[in-house]
Write a protein that binds this ligand. Structure first.
Ligand SMILES: Cc1cc2nc3c(=O)[nH]c(=O)nc-3n(C[C@H](O)[C@H](O)[C@H](O)COP(=O)(O)O)c2cc1C
Length: 204
């Protein structure tokens, strides 16, 4: 499997790093592009150096390398993951403004009808952000907000991060063990029992 990975400058650089670690362990070929703001958040939010992150990818590209192979639809990939995805990068993708290699690769992924997963992060969201998410969704991309679930009772930040990264890889069809799946609630002595529908919601 061959995947393009983009790291942009939203908070949560650790999501991108963890995704690269997991993909390396799974033997997935990764083509990495990091924005300038992405490099800044890696520096500000983590103990990783740029060189440590680059080592996790199969190949890393300069942000201005618009003549590279991932800038062309003729280079076949199994999709692209932008993790984390800033509102600026989201806006670039939504408007088709391919001003750097990450944006161009995302544009290509959409036009070639390949899977594009955007792990967006901002809060609160403005109408502009929401409309851009709607636009990319209509174009076929998957908006996967960096919103971890809590049903697996996480005890560490790593467990929260893995829940988001695992879900993103799941959406790209990559089998992994990071995502803790909900197995259903079993009450003692009620294994397999179906919950009763409250009277008020039963059909007449
Ligand atoms: C520490 C830090 C955290 C940031 N967090 C976010 C964020 O969560 N979401 C966002 O959209 N932008 C965030 N930004 C702002 C972006 O980095 C900024 O808009 C940048 O221009 C995005 O560029 P890029 O999309 O090319 O990476 C953050 C910036 C810094 C320095």
């Amino acid at each position: 499997m061959r995947l393009i990975v983009g790291i942009s400058g939203a908070s949560g650089a650790i999501y991108g790093i963890r995704a690269l670690q997991a993909l390396q362990e799974l033997g997935v070929e990764t083509h990495l592009v990091i924005t300038d703001a992405g490099l800044e958040t890696i520096r500000l939010e983590t103990d990783f150096k740029k060189a440590d992150v680059v080592k996790l990818a199969t190949k890393t590209y300069r942000l201005d390398d618009i003549a590279s192979k991932i800038a062309s639809g003729s280079y076949q990939t199994d999709g692209m993951l932008v993790i984390p995805c800033s509102m600026k990068t989201l806006a670039g993708i939504a408007s088709g403004y391919s001003g750097n290699l990450l944006l161009r690769a995302a544009d290509v992924t959409i036009k070639e009808r390949r899977r594009l997963v955007l792990v967006v992060r901002e809060t609160p969201l403005s109408l502009i952000h929401i409309e851009n998410m709607a636009t990319v969704t209509r174009a076929g991309a998957i908006v996967l907000p960096a919103m971890p679930a809590f049903y697996h009772k996480p005890k560490t930040v790593e467990e929260l991060v893995d829940q988001v990264v695992g879900k993103a890889l799941d959406m790209l069809g990559i089998e992994q063990q990071l995502l803790k799946r909900w197995e259903g609630q079993l009450h003692a002595g009620q294994a397999g029992a179906r919950p009763r529908t409250p009277k008020s919601r039963r059909p007449p």
